[in-house]
Ligand binder design. Structure first.
Ligand code: 5AD
Ligand code: SF4
Length: 457
């Protein structure tokens, strides 16, 4: 044989998993694997899974079924592809996965990716790691990342896990308690990302604004303090952070939105529900008024800031009046973009055992009503961009010749056709002012301005 081994990684779920998949790729490439885009001729397939809603876990099991068929075919030509399941389903199910899906060789939780090469050598029964020591993970994974060019938009995990215990959520069980990385490590990784081409950096954490890492020189650093430090790094032109909890949105962080020009005017601030009674049962530790206050303060600190949110319909006990409160909150806040979900009972979380589970049909009905409003708001937000000049960070070439796709400060995809003679590749990673000439529900069309007019709405 002697050929390079090939690995295929499939990612489900959140941005944290996208980031983790890059770390898995680093570990595997230091172990001699080359990455491939399909499982067909891979020697190893890694499924980096998500456990946040039921369907996500079921998707993993059906994917394992499809891979089984492929493995049977491969076996006829003497090939044996291994399968590793990583991520939150791995953490939650542990060795149960080996029993339920016989073609799984390794089960590895989100804090143990550095163990992957070792686990791949072990007999199946011992190839499960659900260890819970984020420090080890970051220390072990750091060096491998230093050699890869970065895309213009990059993620940087600064915090993992959560101590909030919202009653619908598995994260505190799958990702464990809150852990913040030390400031020095984060700044080093950010400098490295910037030197490798990152321009727009999103700080990640399940509860990112609870960040309280060890500060350089002693003491504790806050997310606001960290943002000021990151803004000083040459090459980082845009900063974002996600996902935040309203309770951890302190005044220092709100003010940072008014004083750090690199901090983009777009914030994902999940509210989950607009009903005080539901928020209480969700153990969100705040009511709708606190959320409205935060929105007012943010808009005062950074006029024009756009907001996005996560919303759940059909949480146990949600009445018509509770749902009407959610609709009302959405109407008042006016979101740029939102993710909305039907409540999905997760075993082991308090919500799953609560009385008043809402029938599936009612959840479907409410979700449709909510999404119609959210789609309207998103289209209106995009339409508002027409005629404006925005700095666009070019990320990738488009489907058509001379087309390039970039990102606005508000995370909108902007499609631009370059003038004759210009090559998309020369523009990647650069920020240019574009006039927005057209809007759709999911993207904008812009024209490159020859003169650089720097105006930001
Ligand atoms: N059911 C439905 N949605 C959920 N989320 C988390 N857990 C559940 C659940 N059990 C949603 C929340 C969270 C987002 C990442 O996923 O809105 O903010
Ligand atoms: Fe889950 Fe977010 Fe609540 Fe933490 S704050 S328990 S991650 S929903």
């Amino acid at each position: 044989m002697g050929d390079t081994r090939k690995a295929f990684i499939k990612t489900y779920g959140c941005q944290m998993n996208v980031y983790d998949s890059q770390r898995i790729a680093d570990v595997l490439s230091s172990d001699g694997y080359a990455l491939v885009d399909t499982p067909e001729d891979a020697d190893l397939t890694v499924l980096n899974t998500c456990h946040i809603r039921e369907k996500a876990a079921e998707k993993v099991y059906s994917e394992l079924g499809r891979l089984r068929v492929m493995q049977d075919k491969q076996a006829q030509s003497g090939k044996a592809m291994k399968i590793a399941v990583a991520g939150c389903v791995a953490q939650a199910e542990g060795d149960e996965m080996l029993r339920r899906a016989k073609n799984v060789d390794v089960v590895v939780g989100p804090q143990a990716y550095q163990e992957l090469p070792d686990l791949l050598q072990k007999p199946k029964q011992q190839a499960v790691s659900q260890s819970f020591a984020p420090e080890d993970k970051f220390a072990a994974l750091k060096s491998a990342a230093l050699y890869r060019p970065s895309p213009p938009t990059a993620f940087l995990t600064i915090q993992e896990g959560c101590d909030k215990f919202c009653t619908f959520c598995v994260v505190p069980y799958t990702r464990g308690g809150e852990f913040s990385r030390p400031e020095a490590d984060i700044l080093n990784e950010a400098r490295s990302l910037a030197s490798r081409g990152a321009r727009d950096v999103t700080l990640l954490g399940q509860n990112v604004n609870a960040y309280h890492g060890e500060k350089i020189g002693g003491g504790t650093q806050s997310l606001a303090g960290l943002l000021y430090e990151l803004a000083d790094i040459d090459g980082i032109e845009r900063l974002r952070y996600t996902t935040s909890h309203p309770r951890d949105m302190d005044d220092g962080l709100i003010n940072a939105h008014g004083t750090i020009p690199q901090l983009m005017p777009y914030l994902h601030l999940p509210v989950q529900s607009g009903s005080d009674a539901v928020l209480k049962r969700m153990n969100r530790r705040h009511g709708r008024d606190l959320y409205f206050d935060l929105v007012d303060k943010l808009r005062a600190a950074r006029p024009g800031i756009a907001l996005s949110s996560d919303l759940i319909v059909g949480f146990p006990g949600e009445s018509d009046a509770d749902f009407a409160d959610t609709m009302d909150l959405v109407r008042r806040v006016k979101y740029a973009q939102c993710y909305s979900f039907k409540y999905s009972p997760r075993a082991g979380t308090p919500g799953a055992d609560m009385e008043g589970q809402v029938p599936e049909e009612l959840k479907t009905e409410r979700l449709a009503e909510l999404q119609a409003l959210l789609n309207e708001q998103q289209s209106a937000f995009n339409a508002g961009a027409c005629g404006q000049v925005m700095p666009v960070l070019f990320e990738r070439s488009g489907k058509y010749e001379a087309q390039i796709i970039g990102r606005s400060p508000y995370m909108q995809a902007v499609h631009v056709t370059l003038p004759a003679g210009a090559e998309p590749i020369d523009f990647l990673g650069e920020i240019h002012d574009c006039e927005i000439v057209q809007s759709g529900p999911n993207s904008l069309a812009g024209q490159l301005l020859t003169e650089d007019v720097k105006t930001l709405a």
